[in-house]
Structure formats: structure tokens, C-alpha cells
Design a protein around this ligand. Structure first.
Ligand SMILES: [Zn+2]
Length: 94
């Protein structure tokens, strides 16, 4: 039995992912945030932000912004309306 000590397995488990540039990453960023990226493009994007702090920061910022906007959207009732509603509720309970 012969032991073959070769360390040439680096490309195998990465499925030949292309290293994308910051420009390409930024083009995909909004799709990534919307969850529209899938498969290889998604993996390539994640691989890029794993190694690129600049783009990771931008993605992080956009994700936080999106969460904040989603929070605003989930509370569509304005203060004026809640005030009016509470008045109606008060008058009904009396
Ligand atoms: Zn980058």
C-alpha cells in the first residue's frame, strides 16, 4: 500500500466558484438582500463578502436598512388614526 500525500483537493469542494469583483458583488447586492440570488451566483456573492470587508459592510448596512423599513411598513397605522380609534373604543365601552 502506498500513501499518496498530495494536497490538491482545493478546487473540489468549492464547485469552481468564480471570484467575483467588488463591482459584480455590488450589482448582485440588492438581489441578494431581496433573497433573489440563488445557487452559484448566491455562493459566489457570499464568498466575496466573506473575504471583502468593504462589501460586507455595505451588505450589512443594507440589511439593517431593509429591516428598519420593513418595521415601518408593518406599522401602517398613524398616530392620528390610533388616536381616533382609541376615542371610538372609549366611546363604545362607555
Ligand atoms: Zn468587495
Amino acid at each position: 500500500m502506498r500513501l499518496v500525500k498530495r494536497k490538491t483537493h482545493k478546487m473540489k469542494n468549492q464547485k469552481e466558484l468564480k471570484l467575483i469583483s467588488c463591482e459584480e458583488a455590488l450589482e448582485r447586492m440588492f438581489e441578494y438582500i431581496d433573497g433573489a440570488l440563488a445557487g452559484k451566483t448566491h455562493s459566489e456573492f457570499e464568498k466575496h463578502i466573506e473575504t471583502c470587508r468593504g462589501c460586507l459592510g455595505k451588505v450589512d448596512f443594507q440589511l439593517k436598512l431593509k429591516k428598519r423599513l420593513a418595521g415601518v411598513r408593518s406599522t401602517p397605522v398613524s398616530k392620528k388614526l390610533t388616536g381616533r380609534l382609541s376615542n371610538i373604543l372609549k366611546s363604545q365601552s362607555l
